[in-house]
Design a binder for this molecule. Structure first.
Ligand code: HAM
Length: 412
Protein backbone atom coordinates (compact mmCIF):
# COMPACT_ATOMS: atom_id res chain seq x y z
CA UNK A 1 0.00 0.00 0.00
CA UNK A 2 1.44 3.40 -0.90
CA UNK A 3 1.96 6.04 1.78
CA UNK A 4 -0.88 8.12 0.39
CA UNK A 5 -3.60 5.45 0.50
CA UNK A 6 -6.70 5.71 2.66
CA UNK A 7 -9.07 3.34 4.39
CA UNK A 8 -12.69 3.70 5.44
CA UNK A 9 -12.80 5.09 9.03
CA UNK A 10 -12.84 2.58 11.89
CA UNK A 11 -16.31 1.15 12.42
CA UNK A 12 -17.49 2.10 8.94
CA UNK A 13 -17.53 0.07 5.75
CA UNK A 14 -18.03 0.25 2.02
CA UNK A 15 -20.97 -1.62 0.59
CA UNK A 16 -19.98 -3.28 -2.67
CA UNK A 17 -22.53 -4.19 -5.35
CA UNK A 18 -23.14 -7.85 -4.37
CA UNK A 19 -24.11 -6.84 -0.84
CA UNK A 20 -25.83 -3.64 -1.86
CA UNK A 21 -28.26 -5.75 -3.84
CA UNK A 22 -29.29 -7.68 -0.73
CA UNK A 23 -29.62 -4.45 1.25
CA UNK A 24 -31.88 -3.01 -1.41
CA UNK A 25 -34.01 -6.15 -1.27
CA UNK A 26 -34.31 -5.80 2.51
CA UNK A 27 -35.45 -2.19 2.33
CA UNK A 28 -37.83 -2.92 -0.53
CA UNK A 29 -39.32 -5.78 1.44
CA UNK A 30 -39.67 -3.51 4.49
CA UNK A 31 -41.17 -0.73 2.38
CA UNK A 32 -43.78 -3.07 0.94
CA UNK A 33 -44.88 -4.37 4.33
CA UNK A 34 -44.99 -0.93 5.95
CA UNK A 35 -46.62 0.94 3.06
CA UNK A 36 -49.26 -1.79 2.79
CA UNK A 37 -50.11 -1.19 6.45
CA UNK A 38 -50.48 2.56 5.88
CA UNK A 39 -47.06 3.87 6.97
CA UNK A 40 -45.67 6.73 4.87
CA UNK A 41 -41.96 7.24 4.40
CA UNK A 42 -40.36 10.21 6.14
CA UNK A 43 -36.80 11.45 5.77
CA UNK A 44 -35.19 13.66 8.37
CA UNK A 45 -31.67 15.16 8.17
CA UNK A 46 -28.58 13.13 8.98
CA UNK A 47 -27.68 15.67 11.69
CA UNK A 48 -29.71 17.67 14.19
CA UNK A 49 -29.12 20.13 16.99
CA UNK A 50 -27.33 18.29 19.80
CA UNK A 51 -29.94 19.41 22.33
CA UNK A 52 -32.59 17.31 20.56
CA UNK A 53 -30.82 14.10 21.48
CA UNK A 54 -29.77 15.31 24.92
CA UNK A 55 -33.41 16.00 25.75
CA UNK A 56 -34.94 13.21 23.70
CA UNK A 57 -32.65 10.23 24.22
CA UNK A 58 -31.63 11.27 27.75
CA UNK A 59 -28.52 12.70 29.39
CA UNK A 60 -27.78 9.56 31.41
CA UNK A 61 -27.81 7.14 28.46
CA UNK A 62 -24.62 5.70 26.96
CA UNK A 63 -25.63 7.18 23.63
CA UNK A 64 -25.63 10.76 24.91
CA UNK A 65 -22.79 10.34 27.40
CA UNK A 66 -20.23 8.84 25.11
CA UNK A 67 -21.44 7.78 21.68
CA UNK A 68 -22.47 10.91 19.84
CA UNK A 69 -20.59 12.36 16.89
CA UNK A 70 -20.94 15.98 17.93
CA UNK A 71 -19.40 18.95 16.16
CA UNK A 72 -19.65 22.68 16.15
CA UNK A 73 -20.77 24.11 12.83
CA UNK A 74 -19.22 27.22 11.31
CA UNK A 75 -21.90 29.30 13.02
CA UNK A 76 -20.89 28.04 16.46
CA UNK A 77 -23.96 25.79 16.95
CA UNK A 78 -23.57 22.31 18.40
CA UNK A 79 -24.73 19.64 15.95
CA UNK A 80 -24.84 15.85 16.23
CA UNK A 81 -24.97 13.12 13.59
CA UNK A 82 -28.21 11.32 14.42
CA UNK A 83 -27.65 8.30 16.68
CA UNK A 84 -31.32 7.24 16.32
CA UNK A 85 -34.50 8.22 14.52
CA UNK A 86 -37.31 8.59 17.04
CA UNK A 87 -36.39 11.97 18.54
CA UNK A 88 -35.96 13.52 15.05
CA UNK A 89 -39.35 12.15 13.99
CA UNK A 90 -41.04 13.61 17.06
CA UNK A 91 -39.28 16.90 16.31
CA UNK A 92 -40.66 16.78 12.74
CA UNK A 93 -44.13 15.84 14.06
CA UNK A 94 -44.20 18.99 16.18
CA UNK A 95 -42.49 21.23 13.61
CA UNK A 96 -44.97 20.31 10.86
CA UNK A 97 -48.07 20.44 13.06
CA UNK A 98 -48.81 16.77 12.42
CA UNK A 99 -51.05 16.66 15.51
CA UNK A 100 -53.66 18.31 13.25
CA UNK A 101 -53.69 15.26 10.95
CA UNK A 102 -55.87 12.22 11.67
CA UNK A 103 -54.14 10.29 14.47
CA UNK A 104 -52.08 8.25 14.70
CA UNK A 105 -49.61 9.53 12.13
CA UNK A 106 -47.86 6.42 10.85
CA UNK A 107 -44.35 6.90 9.51
CA UNK A 108 -41.41 4.76 8.43
CA UNK A 109 -37.82 5.56 7.63
CA UNK A 110 -34.56 4.01 6.51
CA UNK A 111 -31.08 5.41 6.42
CA UNK A 112 -27.72 5.79 8.15
CA UNK A 113 -27.23 6.39 11.89
CA UNK A 114 -24.06 7.13 13.82
CA UNK A 115 -22.80 6.01 17.23
CA UNK A 116 -19.26 6.13 18.51
CA UNK A 117 -19.25 2.54 19.76
CA UNK A 118 -16.43 0.03 20.02
CA UNK A 119 -16.55 -1.63 16.59
CA UNK A 120 -17.02 -5.39 16.46
CA UNK A 121 -19.08 -7.92 14.51
CA UNK A 122 -22.52 -6.39 14.04
CA UNK A 123 -21.57 -3.15 15.74
CA UNK A 124 -20.50 -0.17 13.68
CA UNK A 125 -20.05 3.56 13.98
CA UNK A 126 -22.14 4.17 10.90
CA UNK A 127 -24.95 1.66 10.50
CA UNK A 128 -28.36 1.56 8.87
CA UNK A 129 -31.78 1.24 10.38
CA UNK A 130 -35.24 0.69 9.03
CA UNK A 131 -37.83 1.93 11.49
CA UNK A 132 -41.52 2.68 11.96
CA UNK A 133 -43.44 4.93 14.33
CA UNK A 134 -47.13 5.47 15.10
CA UNK A 135 -47.45 8.87 16.77
CA UNK A 136 -50.68 10.06 18.34
CA UNK A 137 -52.32 7.06 19.96
CA UNK A 138 -51.90 5.30 23.29
CA UNK A 139 -53.94 2.31 22.17
CA UNK A 140 -52.31 -1.12 22.59
CA UNK A 141 -53.59 -1.80 19.07
CA UNK A 142 -50.73 0.33 17.73
CA UNK A 143 -48.13 -1.53 19.83
CA UNK A 144 -49.47 -4.85 18.55
CA UNK A 145 -49.63 -3.69 14.92
CA UNK A 146 -46.01 -2.53 15.01
CA UNK A 147 -44.67 -5.66 16.70
CA UNK A 148 -46.54 -7.89 14.23
CA UNK A 149 -45.12 -5.87 11.32
CA UNK A 150 -41.53 -6.29 12.53
CA UNK A 151 -42.15 -10.00 13.05
CA UNK A 152 -43.50 -10.23 9.50
CA UNK A 153 -40.56 -8.25 8.11
CA UNK A 154 -38.02 -10.61 9.70
CA UNK A 155 -39.89 -13.80 8.79
CA UNK A 156 -40.31 -12.61 5.21
CA UNK A 157 -36.52 -12.48 4.99
CA UNK A 158 -36.22 -16.04 6.23
CA UNK A 159 -35.29 -15.08 9.81
CA UNK A 160 -37.47 -17.55 11.69
CA UNK A 161 -35.41 -18.03 14.82
CA UNK A 162 -35.44 -14.52 16.28
CA UNK A 163 -36.82 -14.42 19.79
CA UNK A 164 -39.22 -11.65 20.76
CA UNK A 165 -38.83 -10.37 24.32
CA UNK A 166 -41.58 -8.18 25.71
CA UNK A 167 -41.96 -6.11 28.82
CA UNK A 168 -43.55 -2.98 30.22
CA UNK A 169 -41.83 -0.12 31.98
CA UNK A 170 -45.09 1.41 33.20
CA UNK A 171 -45.63 5.14 33.13
CA UNK A 172 -43.11 7.67 34.40
CA UNK A 173 -45.22 8.15 37.54
CA UNK A 174 -45.65 4.47 38.34
CA UNK A 175 -41.99 3.87 37.58
CA UNK A 176 -40.84 6.38 40.20
CA UNK A 177 -41.70 4.12 43.12
CA UNK A 178 -40.15 1.13 41.40
CA UNK A 179 -36.93 3.03 40.64
CA UNK A 180 -36.65 3.86 44.32
CA UNK A 181 -37.09 0.20 45.22
CA UNK A 182 -34.44 -0.78 42.68
CA UNK A 183 -32.05 1.91 43.97
CA UNK A 184 -32.22 0.54 47.49
CA UNK A 185 -31.67 -2.97 46.19
CA UNK A 186 -28.62 -1.80 44.20
CA UNK A 187 -27.23 0.09 47.19
CA UNK A 188 -27.52 -3.05 49.31
CA UNK A 189 -25.32 -4.81 46.74
CA UNK A 190 -23.09 -1.88 45.85
CA UNK A 191 -19.85 -3.78 46.45
CA UNK A 192 -20.71 -6.39 43.80
CA UNK A 193 -21.57 -3.89 41.05
CA UNK A 194 -19.39 -2.47 38.27
CA UNK A 195 -18.09 1.06 38.74
CA UNK A 196 -20.22 2.25 35.83
CA UNK A 197 -23.46 0.86 37.27
CA UNK A 198 -22.56 2.18 40.72
CA UNK A 199 -22.08 5.67 39.34
CA UNK A 200 -25.53 5.56 37.79
CA UNK A 201 -27.58 4.20 40.69
CA UNK A 202 -29.20 7.59 41.09
CA UNK A 203 -29.50 8.71 37.48
CA UNK A 204 -30.37 5.49 35.70
CA UNK A 205 -30.74 2.43 37.95
CA UNK A 206 -32.57 0.40 35.28
CA UNK A 207 -29.48 0.28 33.10
CA UNK A 208 -27.98 -2.16 35.60
CA UNK A 209 -30.08 -4.87 33.89
CA UNK A 210 -28.07 -4.32 30.72
CA UNK A 211 -24.58 -4.62 32.20
CA UNK A 212 -22.03 -7.12 30.86
CA UNK A 213 -20.13 -7.09 34.17
CA UNK A 214 -20.40 -10.54 35.78
CA UNK A 215 -20.90 -9.40 39.36
CA UNK A 216 -23.62 -6.99 38.29
CA UNK A 217 -25.35 -9.68 36.28
CA UNK A 218 -25.44 -11.97 39.28
CA UNK A 219 -26.98 -9.22 41.40
CA UNK A 220 -29.54 -8.38 38.73
CA UNK A 221 -30.67 -11.98 38.39
CA UNK A 222 -32.62 -11.58 41.62
CA UNK A 223 -33.43 -7.88 41.39
CA UNK A 224 -37.04 -6.73 41.58
CA UNK A 225 -38.45 -5.97 38.10
CA UNK A 226 -40.86 -3.34 36.90
CA UNK A 227 -43.15 -6.07 35.57
CA UNK A 228 -43.91 -7.11 39.16
CA UNK A 229 -44.80 -3.53 40.13
CA UNK A 230 -47.03 -2.45 37.24
CA UNK A 231 -49.98 -0.18 38.03
CA UNK A 232 -53.36 -1.60 37.07
CA UNK A 233 -53.79 0.49 33.91
CA UNK A 234 -50.27 -0.42 32.72
CA UNK A 235 -50.88 -4.10 33.38
CA UNK A 236 -54.13 -3.92 31.41
CA UNK A 237 -52.33 -2.21 28.53
CA UNK A 238 -49.71 -4.95 28.46
CA UNK A 239 -52.43 -7.58 28.73
CA UNK A 240 -54.13 -6.19 25.62
CA UNK A 241 -50.86 -6.20 23.64
CA UNK A 242 -50.29 -9.81 24.69
CA UNK A 243 -53.80 -10.90 23.67
CA UNK A 244 -53.32 -9.43 20.21
CA UNK A 245 -49.90 -11.04 19.78
CA UNK A 246 -51.40 -14.37 20.82
CA UNK A 247 -54.25 -13.93 18.35
CA UNK A 248 -51.74 -13.07 15.63
CA UNK A 249 -49.73 -16.20 16.56
CA UNK A 250 -46.60 -14.14 17.23
CA UNK A 251 -44.69 -15.92 20.03
CA UNK A 252 -42.90 -13.87 22.69
CA UNK A 253 -41.25 -14.21 26.07
CA UNK A 254 -42.19 -11.86 28.87
CA UNK A 255 -38.93 -10.59 30.32
CA UNK A 256 -38.90 -8.09 33.15
CA UNK A 257 -35.15 -7.60 32.79
CA UNK A 258 -35.55 -6.08 29.32
CA UNK A 259 -34.43 -2.48 29.37
CA UNK A 260 -33.50 -0.39 26.40
CA UNK A 261 -30.66 2.03 25.90
CA UNK A 262 -32.86 5.09 25.52
CA UNK A 263 -34.64 7.04 28.24
CA UNK A 264 -37.89 7.87 26.49
CA UNK A 265 -39.65 4.55 26.90
CA UNK A 266 -42.90 4.12 28.80
CA UNK A 267 -45.09 1.03 29.02
CA UNK A 268 -44.38 -1.45 26.19
CA UNK A 269 -40.78 -2.30 25.32
CA UNK A 270 -39.68 -5.16 23.07
CA UNK A 271 -36.70 -6.54 21.26
CA UNK A 272 -36.09 -9.26 18.68
CA UNK A 273 -32.82 -11.06 19.36
CA UNK A 274 -30.99 -13.80 17.54
CA UNK A 275 -28.41 -15.88 19.44
CA UNK A 276 -26.51 -16.67 16.27
CA UNK A 277 -25.39 -13.03 16.19
CA UNK A 278 -23.25 -13.43 19.32
CA UNK A 279 -22.79 -10.47 21.64
CA UNK A 280 -24.68 -8.02 19.43
CA UNK A 281 -27.82 -10.12 19.35
CA UNK A 282 -30.41 -7.34 19.03
CA UNK A 283 -31.84 -7.29 15.52
CA UNK A 284 -34.52 -4.75 16.18
CA UNK A 285 -36.41 -3.24 19.07
CA UNK A 286 -38.53 -0.41 20.27
CA UNK A 287 -41.43 0.50 22.44
CA UNK A 288 -43.77 3.20 23.57
CA UNK A 289 -42.64 6.80 24.27
CA UNK A 290 -45.75 8.55 25.57
CA UNK A 291 -43.91 11.58 26.96
CA UNK A 292 -41.38 12.29 24.22
CA UNK A 293 -43.31 14.67 21.95
CA UNK A 294 -44.26 16.83 24.93
CA UNK A 295 -40.70 16.77 26.20
CA UNK A 296 -39.60 18.14 22.86
CA UNK A 297 -42.02 21.05 23.12
CA UNK A 298 -45.14 19.60 21.49
CA UNK A 299 -48.61 18.85 22.86
CA UNK A 300 -48.96 15.75 25.07
CA UNK A 301 -48.83 12.98 22.44
CA UNK A 302 -48.27 9.28 22.93
CA UNK A 303 -46.31 7.23 20.42
CA UNK A 304 -44.82 3.82 19.76
CA UNK A 305 -42.33 2.40 17.26
CA UNK A 306 -39.27 0.32 16.52
CA UNK A 307 -36.09 0.26 14.53
CA UNK A 308 -34.13 -2.68 13.15
CA UNK A 309 -30.48 -2.72 12.12
CA UNK A 310 -29.96 -3.59 8.46
CA UNK A 311 -26.46 -4.98 9.15
CA UNK A 312 -27.83 -7.21 11.93
CA UNK A 313 -30.62 -8.40 9.61
CA UNK A 314 -27.97 -9.27 7.03
CA UNK A 315 -26.05 -11.28 9.62
CA UNK A 316 -29.21 -13.10 10.71
CA UNK A 317 -30.28 -14.03 7.19
CA UNK A 318 -29.10 -17.59 6.60
CA UNK A 319 -29.59 -17.75 2.86
CA UNK A 320 -28.64 -14.90 0.64
CA UNK A 321 -31.40 -14.32 -1.91
CA UNK A 322 -30.47 -15.69 -5.34
CA UNK A 323 -28.53 -13.39 -7.64
CA UNK A 324 -30.60 -11.47 -10.10
CA UNK A 325 -30.18 -13.22 -13.45
CA UNK A 326 -30.58 -11.38 -16.73
CA UNK A 327 -33.24 -12.31 -19.24
CA UNK A 328 -30.91 -12.03 -22.15
CA UNK A 329 -27.25 -11.81 -23.11
CA UNK A 330 -26.63 -10.38 -26.55
CA UNK A 331 -23.71 -11.97 -28.40
CA UNK A 332 -21.95 -10.41 -31.38
CA UNK A 333 -21.07 -13.70 -33.08
CA UNK A 334 -20.45 -11.70 -36.23
CA UNK A 335 -17.93 -9.48 -34.43
CA UNK A 336 -20.20 -6.42 -34.84
CA UNK A 337 -20.17 -5.22 -31.24
CA UNK A 338 -21.95 -1.98 -32.03
CA UNK A 339 -24.87 -3.90 -33.50
CA UNK A 340 -25.00 -6.04 -30.33
CA UNK A 341 -24.91 -2.88 -28.24
CA UNK A 342 -27.92 -1.52 -30.20
CA UNK A 343 -29.93 -4.75 -29.82
CA UNK A 344 -29.21 -4.82 -26.08
CA UNK A 345 -30.48 -1.24 -25.71
CA UNK A 346 -33.64 -2.15 -27.60
CA UNK A 347 -34.30 -5.03 -25.21
CA UNK A 348 -33.56 -2.89 -22.14
CA UNK A 349 -36.02 -0.29 -23.39
CA UNK A 350 -38.58 -3.09 -23.50
CA UNK A 351 -37.77 -3.59 -19.78
CA UNK A 352 -35.88 -6.84 -20.19
CA UNK A 353 -32.77 -7.20 -18.02
CA UNK A 354 -30.15 -7.52 -20.71
CA UNK A 355 -26.37 -7.78 -20.71
CA UNK A 356 -23.88 -7.24 -23.47
CA UNK A 357 -20.11 -7.54 -23.61
CA UNK A 358 -18.39 -4.18 -23.35
CA UNK A 359 -14.83 -5.35 -23.99
CA UNK A 360 -15.17 -6.52 -27.63
CA UNK A 361 -14.29 -10.11 -26.75
CA UNK A 362 -14.34 -13.07 -29.13
CA UNK A 363 -17.64 -14.89 -29.80
CA UNK A 364 -16.46 -17.83 -27.70
CA UNK A 365 -15.57 -15.60 -24.75
CA UNK A 366 -18.95 -13.86 -25.01
CA UNK A 367 -20.73 -17.21 -24.92
CA UNK A 368 -18.81 -18.12 -21.78
CA UNK A 369 -19.84 -14.81 -20.18
CA UNK A 370 -23.46 -15.40 -21.11
CA UNK A 371 -23.30 -18.81 -19.50
CA UNK A 372 -21.77 -17.46 -16.32
CA UNK A 373 -24.33 -14.66 -16.04
CA UNK A 374 -27.16 -17.18 -15.72
CA UNK A 375 -29.11 -15.46 -18.51
CA UNK A 376 -32.23 -17.31 -19.67
CA UNK A 377 -31.51 -16.56 -23.32
CA UNK A 378 -28.55 -15.79 -25.50
CA UNK A 379 -29.37 -13.56 -28.45
CA UNK A 380 -26.83 -14.56 -31.07
CA UNK A 381 -26.22 -12.08 -33.87
CA UNK A 382 -24.89 -14.16 -36.73
CA UNK A 383 -23.10 -13.25 -39.95
CA UNK A 384 -25.47 -12.01 -42.64
CA UNK A 385 -27.89 -10.39 -40.18
CA UNK A 386 -29.70 -13.47 -38.84
CA UNK A 387 -30.68 -13.45 -35.15
CA UNK A 388 -30.85 -16.70 -33.21
CA UNK A 389 -32.45 -17.05 -29.81
CA UNK A 390 -30.82 -19.72 -27.69
CA UNK A 391 -32.57 -21.11 -24.63
CA UNK A 392 -29.66 -21.41 -22.20
CA UNK A 393 -31.27 -24.11 -20.07
CA UNK A 394 -32.13 -26.56 -22.86
CA UNK A 395 -29.76 -25.37 -25.55
CA UNK A 396 -32.41 -25.18 -28.35
CA UNK A 397 -31.93 -22.42 -30.86
CA UNK A 398 -34.38 -20.84 -33.26
CA UNK A 399 -34.22 -17.94 -35.64
CA UNK A 400 -36.30 -14.89 -34.66
CA UNK A 401 -36.87 -11.66 -36.64
CA UNK A 402 -35.02 -8.86 -34.84
CA UNK A 403 -38.14 -6.75 -34.28
CA UNK A 404 -39.93 -9.65 -32.57
CA UNK A 405 -37.09 -10.43 -30.15
CA UNK A 406 -38.46 -8.54 -27.16
CA UNK A 407 -41.96 -10.08 -27.44
CA UNK A 408 -40.49 -13.49 -28.00
CA UNK A 409 -38.30 -13.28 -24.84
CA UNK A 410 -40.99 -11.67 -22.70
CA UNK A 411 -43.54 -14.28 -23.76
CA UNK A 412 -41.43 -17.35 -23.05
P1 HAM B 1 -31.94 0.82 19.32
O1 HAM B 1 -32.26 -0.45 20.01
O2 HAM B 1 -30.94 1.71 19.91
O3 HAM B 1 -33.33 1.60 19.16
O4 HAM B 1 -31.51 0.49 17.83
C1 HAM B 1 -32.32 -0.29 17.00
C2 HAM B 1 -31.49 -1.31 16.23
O5 HAM B 1 -30.44 -0.65 15.54
C3 HAM B 1 -30.77 -2.31 17.12
O6 HAM B 1 -31.64 -3.38 17.45
C4 HAM B 1 -29.65 -2.78 16.20
O7 HAM B 1 -30.12 -3.77 15.31
C5 HAM B 1 -29.33 -1.54 15.41
N1 HAM B 1 -28.12 -0.89 15.96
C6 HAM B 1 -28.02 -0.04 17.00
N2 HAM B 1 -26.74 0.36 17.20
C7 HAM B 1 -26.00 -0.25 16.24
C8 HAM B 1 -24.60 -0.26 15.89
N3 HAM B 1 -23.70 0.46 16.55
N4 HAM B 1 -24.22 -1.03 14.83
C9 HAM B 1 -25.12 -1.76 14.14
N5 HAM B 1 -26.44 -1.79 14.42
C10 HAM B 1 -26.88 -1.06 15.44
C11 HAM B 1 -33.48 2.79 18.54
O8 HAM B 1 -32.65 3.31 17.86
C12 HAM B 1 -34.86 3.38 18.73
N6 HAM B 1 -34.94 4.64 18.01
C13 HAM B 1 -35.93 2.42 18.26
C14 HAM B 1 -37.32 2.96 18.42
C15 HAM B 1 -38.11 3.48 17.47
N7 HAM B 1 -38.00 3.02 19.55
C16 HAM B 1 -39.18 3.59 19.34
N8 HAM B 1 -39.27 3.87 18.07
Amino acid sequence: MSAGSHQAPKGTFDVLPGEERVRTLISQHGAEILEAAGYGRIETPAFEETALFERGVGESTDIVRKEMFTFEDQGGRSMTLRPEGTAPICRAYVEHGMHKLPQPVKLWYAGPFFRYERPQEGRFRQFNQIGAEAVGTDSPLADAELIVLLDELLRGLGIEDAELRLSSLGTVESRAAYREELRSYLREHEGELSADVRSRIDANPLRAFDADHEGTRAVMASAPTMLESLAEADAEHLGAVRRMLDAAAVPYRLDGTLVRGLDYYTRTVFEFTCDRLGAQSGIGGGGRYDGLVEQLGGPPTPGVGWAAGIERILLAMRDAPPDRVPEAFVIAADGDHERAFGVALQLRRARLATRVDLAARSAKAQMKQADRSGARFAVILAEGGAVRLRDMSGGEEREVPEDELADEIAGS
